[in-house]
Design a protein around this ligand. Structure first.
Ligand SMILES: [Zn+2]
Length: 230
């Protein structure tokens, strides 16, 4: 199993998408996005990239032996096919990359505030188990995302997310109500019995080499990608 998370440098997009923007829904020149995606395709061992049309929901698409003709409307992808590289686009939300290397089953989920509240990662694990994965063998990477010190929300929203998915309520650096999405996801994964959870500590809002919607508004997207080499 291999996985990567991209960052801003090395692409061809102009400001404010500079430069390695992989999102085709953010207003960037589509030829630039295609060039950037072609560069990413060369980095995934000849695997075929599978994208989604992310909608902040909890739907999981199980991908069979070949990539779908159009990106499915969903927030998670699961497969047991080698040579398919599952990609999730983010700019503050958490990319969750999951694998059971023994069963040869992988998953990629987009988990922002709504995804955490709606348990998209639990739905992803369930779909992986149906393909033969075992939770305790699962290895999960929580990629770069906005941190709890930066992610201010209203008290009502913090309470709502905390009651649906406990573990993420926190205070920001200005002592306002905040959400630590990766902490909430780590708690969810632990309750699901997932054996190993690793969290990339980088904060998209603080790290200038990463795209951040909270910081910049109109901006690009980086990608988390996971694949089983063919
Ligand atoms: Zn931060």
């Amino acid at each position: 199993m291999r996985r990567i998370v991209t960052s801003r440098p090395g692409g061809v997009s102009g400001a404010p998408y500079d430069t390695f923007n992989l999102g085709d829904h953010v207003g960037d020149d589509l030829a630039a996005v295609q060039a950037n995606r072609a560069r990413l395709a060369r980095a995934v061992d000849g695997s075929s990239l599978v994208w989604m049309r992310q909608v902040h929901g909890d739907q999981v698409a199980v991908i069979g032996s070949s990539p779908p003709p159009q990106p499915p409307d969903c927030d998670a992808l699961v497969t047991n096919t080698r040579g398919l590289a599952l990609a999730v686009l983010i700019a503050d939300c958490v990319p969750v990359l999951l694998a059971d290397p023994v069963a040869g089953v992988i998953g990629a989920a987009h988990a922002g505030r709504e995804g955490v509240r709606r348990h998209v990662v639990a739905r992803t694990v369930e779909a992986m188990v149906e393909l033969g994965a075992t939770p305790r063998r699962l290895d999960a990477l929580l990629g770069p995302a906005i941190c709890g010190r930066c992610y201010e929300v209203s008290q009502d929203l913090a309470d709502e997310v905390e009651s649906a998915a406990p573990g993420g309520a926190t205070r920001t650096r200005t002592e306002a109500p905040g959400l630590d999405l990766r902490a909430a996801l780590a708690a969810q994964l632990s309750r699901l019995g997932v054996g190993q959870v690793v969290s990339d500590p980088r904060c998209t809002a603080e790290e200038s080499s990463l795209f951040s919607y909270r910081r910049d508004g109109v901006t690009g997207r980086q990608a988390g990608v996971i694949w089983l080499p063919a």
